[in-house]
Design a protein around this ligand. Sequence first.
Ligand code: NDP
Length: 304
Amino acid sequence: MTAKLLDGKQIASEIRGELTRDVAAFVERCGIRPTLVAILVGDFAPSEVYVRNKERACQQVGIRSQVHRRGPETSEPDLLHLIEQLNQDRDVHGILVQLPLPRQIRESRVLDAIAPLKDVDAFHPENVGLIAQGRPRYLPCTPHGISQLLHRAGIKTRGKHAVIVGRSDIVGKPMSLMLMNRNSSVGPDGANATVTVCHTQTADLASVTRRADLLIAAIGRPKFITAEMVKPGAVVVDVGINRIASGLVGDVDFEAVKEVAGYLTPVPGGVGPLTVTMLLYNTLEAARRQIGDAADSAALRDAG
Ligand code: NDP
């Protein structure tokens, strides 16, 4: 078998086209341009690249973006002060703090300080709690991107056994909640899975992954998922981004797994482009919610 490729680039471009139209209609209706502020602390080179990509993506769909840069010695109180100013600024609709932060700053203190309505990464405990209760306000960008990718490729998750390898707060954990909920941003067919979450303490990992109809790898280990770990015909989503000598690879051994899986996301060009796209989606949604726009996105309102 040769797996069908799930083309994240193409689907992201389709969603960005829709967003461009939605942003223009919002600006016309409300006279306000959705605005995203990114905070970049320190001099971690990959973060520079991520923030630049986000700025470029904002421009593409008509969202205004600003970057606040702070040096590596920035203190936690200084950063909290900046966030408070942005929380109060009515012209700012979305705030994101690019991670990782320098060691002297506690990540949880900073993420908890972002006003929940401006929390376009959906990391604030209030937004995570709403997802856990099945009534999300915003969805975290990577899991939401995966939902969109599956939905737009015609893949349903209802009644399927989904196995997620990785339990991070950014990917694995929220993905598991979203798949287990009764409804999703793409309807009940994009939720209602039976979900198993694996991590470093999982016994006999391969025997678990081999039972997956949908296998999501969010591990951070190059080519970790081998062909023997995949059920023939399964849908395999590779979230991993690993830089090795030969270039960028995912958490899935692409060449081997594509002979077994039914569907497979490539790296790069799979989940990655969707992540940034859903950040744009959340920024428009945040602007709508903050001004009480009547066209409040129906997509998420009833996603419980
Ligand atoms: P984390 O490091 O926060 O979490 C990794 C998870 O994988 C942990 O739960 C860990 O288990 C589990 N894990 C690690 N090794 C093993 C193992 N040998 N067996 C079983 N489980 C294991 O990573 P993230 O979730 O933040 O990211 C995962 C990957 O996805 C990274 O490569 C990252 O770069 C990429 N990523 C890609 C995005 C995209 O847009 N495409 C967005 C976000 C991340 P334990 O909890 O026990 O330690």
